[in-house]
Design a protein around this ligand. Structure first.
Ligand SMILES: [Zn+2]
Length: 324
């Protein structure tokens, strides 16, 4: 996916650059038609420049003479433009990015405009809806979680969520070196999707590709791809930097879809590519649903974070309703 994306954006830049150059040629032709003296002067400048270049190549000491004469001609040109009310930029291509002249390359690497374009495209392809756009580590309100211990849990919901949040921040900030993926287990509306989105946002902003998908949609797409070659296939889920599958267990996958899911997990673990899986189910239910092979991969390759507590205010916040 990344290779295709870069190739597509390079093509887009080339088209953009060619269009700017084509427009400039058309503007110049029109201006020369109206001001033939300018066209003639530019022809003279170009002739003089190549004439002097030849003489310099032949060893003649004419560098200073060339500089003087070209400077005079250039001043004459500037005067002519000014007197006829022609803005100099009209004769040249107007690039969106002056730094790289729309080539996408600057200072021996990708220009900042190209990187920005890649990030935009990653955001678009990530499947993260606009409703989740405000969800970030910075907006995360830990005070919503109770500091009273509950049940047999050793940590209060607030201490637990602080721990989960810190693990997620470390995961996002050390994404290239962390070894394990993350598994979020716990009830609905307790922050699993919220923290996944915070990680996704941080990685997307750093230029990583993320695919976020609910499990019903994920297994549905895998089934469709089996019979329809035009739909999104497993490769889409194998090649992104981070794959997030939300709400595992909400669907009833076929043996075929479970097999593809298992292959995707295998392949990603083999490549060191990370995932975040979340579910309302218990580990034993996941084993029943997806089988021993998937279960053992998850048990070995994922750090498990538990989500618990329960407060209407938390659920409102997690659903994006911040008016408390
Ligand atoms: Zn640029």
């Amino acid at each position: 996916m990344a290779d295709t994306l870069y190739a597509d954006i390079r093509r887009e830049f080339e088209q953009k650059r060619r269009a700017a150059e084509r427009d400039a040629r058309a503007r110049r032709a029109e201006i020369y038609r109206d001001f033939p003296a300018l066209a003639e002067l530019e022809r003279q400048i170009s002739l003089k420049a190549s004439e002097y270049s030849m003489r310099i190549v032949n060893g003649e000491p004419v560098q200073n003479e060339m500089d003087d004469e070209l400077e005079k001609l250039s001043q004459k040109r500037e005067r002519m433009l000014r007197e006829n009310g022609i803005a100099p930029f009209m004769l040249n291509p107007i690039y969106e990015c002056e730094k790289c002249r729309d080539t996408g390359v600057a200072d021996g690497g990708y220009c900042s405009c190209f990187k920005k374009r890649v990030i935009e495209e990653h955001f678009k392809n990530s499947n993260i809806g606009s409703s989740l756009e405000n969800q970030s580590f910075e907006n995360f309100d830990i005070s919503l979680f109770s500091s009273e211990k509950t049940g047999d849990f050793p940590l209060s919901p607030r201490e637990n969520m602080e721990r989960n949040r810190d693990i997620c921040i470390r995961f996002a900030d050390n994404f290239d070196t962390v070894e394990k993926s993350l598994l979020f287990l716990g009830g609905t509306g307790l922050g699993k999707t919220y923290l996944s989105t915070c990680i996704a946002r941080r990685l997307l902003s750093g230029g990583k590709s993320v695919v976020y998908i609910g499990s019903v949609d994920f297994f549905g797409r895998i089934e469709r791809a089996r019979f329809d070659s035009a739909s999104v296939d497993a490769e889409h889920f194998e090649q992104c930097d981070l794959l997030i599958i939300d709400d595992l267990g909400a669907e009833c996958p076929s043996a075929y879809a479970t097999g593809v899911f298992s292959d995707i997990i295998d392949k990603r673990i083999r490549l060191g590519a990370k995932m975040i899986l979340s579910s309302n189910c218990r580990m034993s239910d996941l084993e029943k649903l997806y089988g021993q092979r998937v279960f053992s991969r998850i048990a070995g390759g994922f750090d498990c974070l538990l989500f618990y507590g329960g407060d209407l205010r938390i659920q409102k916040f997690m659903n994006g309703d911040n008016a408390r």
